[in-house]
Design a protein around this ligand. Sequence first.
Ligand code: ADP
Ligand code: MG
Length: 272
Amino acid sequence: PTHKPRTGGARIIAIANQKGGVGKTTTTINLAAGLAELGQRVLIVDLDPQGNASTGLGIDQDRRDITTYDLLTGDATPVQATQMTEFENLFIVPATTDLSSADIELISNEKRSFLLRDALRQLSMDSLELDYILIDCPPSLNILTVNAFIAAHSIIVPLQSEFFALEGLSQLMLTIREVRETANKGLRIEGIVLTMYDRRNNLSIQVENDARENLGELVFKTVIPRNVRLSEAPSFAMPVLTYDPASKGSQAYRSLAAEVMSVELNQAKRTG
Ligand code: ADP
Ligand code: MG
């Protein structure tokens, strides 16, 4: 009742990296929880056929009658596809494995890259009064990820603090540039977030130095530490902020949420 919805609709952020296991889903769930804690109404769109974000937020298979797949095909409106979670201010459109066939099935559709954008632009979205929509992308640069890039205002790239971390980044940047030049001029990189960081490990420090040197301002100040509570939380179907609010993982994602909100405020000041 005290919630004042933002003007101009929700800010849509894709969480993407074509590598698996780098912390996309963990970042989606816990950044969302961090923003929710700050009073923001947040929708997670699970765009990975593995459905890890859905499972991690306690949406059992038998509650996945209407999914992201139905949203893409137009068989469901966003309002129909959006479910409440047990967590305040946190909503989800869940995914099932049928999303993996979307790639093939959508090929005949001329607008196949624009399906998510068009779905999320429906006027009925307004009734959800969302502040943020976070899209949890699959670990590839396929048609699903391209849909996310075309639907989004910006992209957050989780980068695992390990040896080959920066390697796949040029291909990702190329895809982002292509989308920007063709279908979504305003697409920005919200930021790159270092995940699974271990301060006692020289390699982590080296990856951080490399990233800050090469990517500068694009790298979030917040670094997500390797924290066992973060990996335990999904099996209890909770964000870490609920599972263990005082953990290092919770503190880090709270800090990331604050940073995402402040970056946006600064941009708003600069542009208008
Ligand atoms: P992705 O979605 O990119 O495939 P996940 O978020 O699923 O990656 O993370 C891969 C695995 O690593 C999961 O088991 C997750 O629980 C674990 N994990 C992610 N981030 C951390 C972290 N900061 N500390 C410890 N474990 C983590
Ligand atoms: Mg994932």
